[in-house]
Write a protein that binds this ligand. Structure first.
Ligand code: NAG
Ligand code: NAG
Ligand code: NAG
Ligand code: NAG
Ligand code: NAG
Ligand code: NAG
Ligand code: NAG
Ligand code: NAG
Ligand code: NAG
Ligand code: NAG
Ligand code: NAG
Length: 867
């Protein structure tokens, strides 16, 4: 029977499916909407397909629609939020048996009639919040919810301003109800709730609606014993009598936060009731008025929680200054997490009591914060005598951590130990205005994994911090810290993986750590955040031990160049250098990055927001951008400044590279050509000058040499100089017979003229050129025995030129040269320089006849002796 039945169901499904398929094909209505598109039934609405179904989601919110439009049948989800709808036409939803979610919030609906929701037999969730449904307007017909046979979630908040409760009793399937409740007497949710026997969650919170319940008593929830979640926050509750929650055996979550008149004395009534229930989460945040005196959490307030299975307890913003010693042991074994933010804890013995708490997570942030104005909400309360009053001078940690206190505590160890619950894993101590130097400090035996000290003023981290072997996440961000000692991160930080140091002033200390000692113990760290630290420079070895680093965030600093070692970080995945002052990467940096990228294809680097430069100097960088295996995060957004000061995008780096390369090439060519030209010019000029003054230069050279040899030679006045010889005879070797036989005889023997002949008077050992120069210099005249042999001899021409130079530079252009033409030489054969002398100065031709000879020698003698 059963099988047969299932079979027919399957068959009918098949038939229906086939029919729908055919219908849709016939109508050519196969129109898949993946994204939001205009709906067919109303142009002001947008529709979207529900994945995998032929059903639609329609969004008609914020359109000022005056009425509900004619709807398509295949809607599954319809939002008409925030329109101008005042009436629901009878039967308007008649075809919408597929509709599951209907949102009519923020309209002006004032009446729900019997046929308003006709057809919505599969509706699961209905939102009627923020409408005009009121008791005075007779808003609900008696069977208003008749057709909603499957409704599970109903929201009617922001409608009722009186204690009116509509007739909900036909909503037998309802599981979650949100509504207003207004009562200035003892609140009682009517016995009709007993019919809603699937109701599990009741939200009466005044934060999202209108809730006033002055007094809660045993009768209030009598008909709601099956409830598991109840939200009574911000309900202006003044009293909660004992027995209020006693009947709710299955309650697991209770929120009575923001009922500031309750105080902890009501907590005692609540916990008394809860001892017999399944409570797991209890929220009593802000049940003390912001402007009251400080309080103490007493044993009596929580004693009855001992036998429950409470997991989480929230008591934020209650001005708790201390916890009664011994109270901690009344928290149950199941206890896991505590949120006591925004209280005023101060130092006390109870801290050592807390070590016994079995919690794993503790949030004590915002100690002594000036209570947030948003959170402070003032109610007129009945005055109470019972308030524990204390001064709030002493801040918990400032005092606890001051060395003075530690000395008084008689610790066994040298290192002061901070008491920590044994199983505690997470501590949040953020935004607590803690202002001190972190001293040498340890924790009692612990399993701490997450430590969050962010947003305080822990300006100096001296340490060492010890006994933190299990710590994996350490957040010290936003602490104005400018000084970390090299021992702060002790060897106990072995398991640290996340280190969050952003938004400090570490740029003042990190650049001095050239040996990389600050982070040397953090060998397993995977993620370091150092952004917003005003760092200008990272020393090469700062991260030398971070072999396991995967993410390094150095964004929003003032780093000018990347010169630190990273090639050992084989697992590096993301290096964030965004918004720094990098213009180009050095060769070193590019090599470092590439050496990782070759083995780890995941390496990504972000250089966005830097002042990158694309000119000839950074040509190798641009080339690297083209070729590197490193991924450049959002490279297409990088901007770089070119040589013409224009900004170009690195969207297509190859193109940029080619442009700069071309520019730089031509530039280079010009420079090379220009340099060569100048060098050539200088060379030619020098050569010209040297040629032009070749004799002078040679003369000077040899003169220097001569003077260097003749130390005794010191005469400074040429006129009064005593010459060693009267005349130096310059002659060709071929003419030596004439010189040695005739000339020597006639002049020296007969005429008494002292001659210098190279064969006779030159010093052996000196080089010939020096000898010549010296001889010319030391002789009053130079007699040139001119012949064709003379003109052909190199050394003779050398002597001739040297003598000329001597006459010009040493003897004030006095004529010391004396030409004797031993042979007839035609003017054509004489070189220009000799011809010139012949023309303007005297010369003698050797006559070679007896009479002429006498005259010749006399003339010659006279010429030599004349001065
Ligand atoms: C009753 O509903 C009408 C709109 O239908 C509205 O104008 C009027 O203010 C409502 N009366 C009350 C008492 O809320
Ligand atoms: C809540 O109800 C009271 C009347 O009981 C009314 O004065 C007040 O305006 C309502 N508050 C809201 C937010 O609707
Ligand atoms: C509480 O829950 C249990 C099982 O979930 C159920 O058997 C019991 O009836 C519930 N109690 C009430 C009062 O609803
Ligand atoms: C109770 O309602 C308020 C306002 O919507 C919300 O902030 C709070 O989280 C709710 N509490 C619980 C336990 O859901
Ligand atoms: C606690 O319960 C007792 C007895 O029901 C009641 O007298 C007292 O007012 C309650 N306290 C508070 C703060 O509601
Ligand atoms: C908790 O239960 C134990 C027995 O299981 C009982 O002795 C003790 O009194 C109970 N504590 C409280 C506070 O009810
Ligand atoms: C501790 O905090 C981390 C992250 O903030 C979270 O993932 C983890 O679940 C928390 N652990 C406990 C025991 O609360
Ligand atoms: C770290 O946790 C383990 C257990 O997870 C524990 O045995 C060890 O003592 C803890 N380390 C420290 C320093 O407390
Ligand atoms: C530390 O606390 C701050 C403030 O509550 C929070 O923003 C930050 O994410 C927390 N850090 C971690 C690592 O959870
Ligand atoms: C912490 O590190 C130690 C030593 O390296 C290791 O034995 C231990 O398992 C680690 N604990 C955690 C929680 O990672
Ligand atoms: C790269 O990243 C992927 C996923 O993020 C990971 O599976 C892979 O192992 C990584 N490769 C390397 C070499 O780290």
């Amino acid at each position: 029977m059963h099988i047969f039945y299932a079979g027919t169901i399957k068959l009918s499904y098949f038939l229906v499916a086939a029919f729908i398929l055919q219908a849709s094909c016939n109508n050519k209505r196969v129109h898949e909407m993946k994204e939001w598109e205009e709906c067919q039934f109303a142009s002001s609405c947008i529709c979207k397909n529900v994945p995998g179904l032929d059903e639609l989601k329609a969004d008609c919110s914020d359109k000022n629609l005056p009425r509900i439009p004619r709807l398509q049948n295949n809607l599954q989800d319809l939002s008409l939020q925030n329109n101008d709808i005042s009436t629901i036409e009878d039967g308007i939803f008649e075809g919408n048996y597929l509709l599951k979610f209907l949102d009519l919030s923020f309209n002006r609906i004032s009446k729900i009639r019997k046929h308003s929701f006709k057809g919505l037999k599969n509706l699961l969730s209905l939102d009627l919040s923020a409408n005009d449904l009121k008791y005075e307007n007779m808003s609900f017909e008696s069977s208003a919810f008749y057709f909603l046979k499957n409704l599970k979630i109903l929201n009617m908040k922001k409608n009722f301003h009186t204690s009116f409760l509509p007739d909900l009793w036909r909503l037998r399937t309802l599981e979650s109800l949100s509504m207003d409740y207004v009562s200035d007497k003892i609140a009682v949710l009517t016995e009709n709730f007993i019919y809603l026997n699937h109701l599990r969650s009741l939200d009466l919170s005044g934060s999202t609606g209108n809730c006033t319940m002055n007094i809660l008593s045993q009768e209030t929830f009598l008909s709601l014993s099956q409830i598991t979640h109840i939200n009574l926050s911000k309900c202006k509750i003044q009293y909660i009598y004992k027995g209020t929650f006693k009947s709710m055996k299955n309650i697991s979550e209770l929120d009575v936060s923001f009922n500031t008149c309750l105080r902890f004395s009501a907590l005692e009534n609540i916990t008394t009731d809860l001892q017999y229930t399944a409570i797991k989460i209890l929220k009593v945040n802000y049940i003390h008025s912001t402007f009251e005196m400080n309080t103490m959490l007493k044993t009596s307030h929580i004693r009855n929680l001992r036998n429950t299975s409470l997991i989480r307890f929230e008591a934020a913003g209650n001005r708790i200054q201390r916890v009664e010693y011994g109270a901690a042991k009344y928290f149950p074994k199941s206890f896991e997490s505590v949120n006591v933010r925004d209280n005023d804890f101060s130092f006390g013995k109870y801290l050592f009591d807390l070590v016994r708490l079995p919690i794993t997570s503790l949030d004590i942030s915002e100690i002594s914060s000036s209570h947030n104005v948003l959170k402070s909400y003032v109610e007129a309360c009945v005055p109470e005598e019972d308030t524990v009053t204390m001064n709030s001078e002493n801040n918990l940690l400032s005092r606890l951590l001051s060395r003075f206190d530690f000395k008084n505590m008689n610790f066994d160890h040298n290192v002061p130990r901070l008491p920590v619950p044994r199983k505690l894993k997470n501590i949040s101590l953020t935004s607590s205005k803690l202002k001190f130097e972190i001293p040498k400090l340890g924790f009692t035996t612990n399993e701490l994994t997450n430590l969050n000290f962010s947003d305080n003023i822990l300006h100096t981290w001296t340490g060492p911090l010890t006994n933190v072997n299990n710590l994996t996440v350490f957040d010290l961000s936003s602490n104005f810290c400018s000084n970390v000692s090299k021992i702060f991160f002790s060897e106990d930080f072995i398991n640290l993986t996340y280190l969050l140091l952003q938004n400090n002033l570490l740029g003042l200390i990190l650049p001095t750590d050239v040996d990389g000692e600050i982070f040397q113990n953090l060998q397993n760290v995977v993620h370091i955040n150092l952004s917003k630290n005003r760092i200008t420079n990272i020393p090469n070895l700062l991260f030398k031990k971070q072999h396991n680093l995967e993410r390094l965030d150095l964004s929003e600093n003032m780093i000018g160049g990347m010169n630190f070692k990273i090639s050992h970080m084989r697992k590096l995945m993301f290096l964030n250098l965004q918004n720094n002052r990098i213009s180009t990467l050095s060769k070193y940096a590019m090599n470092e990055l590439d050496s990782i990228a070759e083995i780890n294809t995941n390496l990504t680097i972000d250089l966005g927001g830097n002042n990158l430069v694309c000119n000839c100097d950074s040509l190798s960088f641009v080339k690297w951008v083209v070729n590197t295996p490193t991924n450049l995060h959002r490279r297409e957004k990088y901007e770089c400044k070119t040589s013409e000061n224009t900004i170009s995008l690195l969207q297509n780096p190859k193109e940029v590279y080619e442009t700069i390369q071309k520019e730089c090439m031509s530039y280079e060519g010009i420079i090379i050509g220009f340099t060569i030209g100048i060098l050539m010019f200088i060379f030619i000029l020098c050569a010209g000058i040297i040629y032009r003054y070749r004799w002078k230069l040679r003369y000077l050279y040899y003169m220097v040499k001569v003077k260097w040899h003749d130390h005794e030679y010191k005469s400074d006045k040429k006129d009064e100089r005593q010459y060693m010889y009267d005349a130096f005879v310059s002659y060709a070797n071929e003419d030596h017979t004439f010189v040695h036989n005739t000339l020597l005889h006639k002049l020296e023997k007969n005429g008494g003229v002292q001659l210098c002949l190279h064969r006779r008077n030159f010093l052996p050992g000196n080089d010939i050129a020096t000898n010549i120069t010296s001889a010319i210099h030391n002789s009053r005249k130079t007699i040139v025995i001119m012949s064709s042999n003379y003109l052909a001899s190199y050394w003779c021409m050398f002597e001739y030129n040297m003598a000329k130079m001597e006459s010009i530079y040493e003897r004030n252009c006095e004529n010391i040269l004396f030409l004797v033409f031993y042979e007839q030489i035609s003017a054509c054969d004489l070189p220009l320089q000799i011809l010139e002398l012949v023309h303007c100065q005297s010369y003698i031709e050797y006559p070679n006849d007896e009479y002429g000879d006498v005259v010749f020698w006399e003339q010659l003698q006279r010429a030599i002796k004349s001065y």
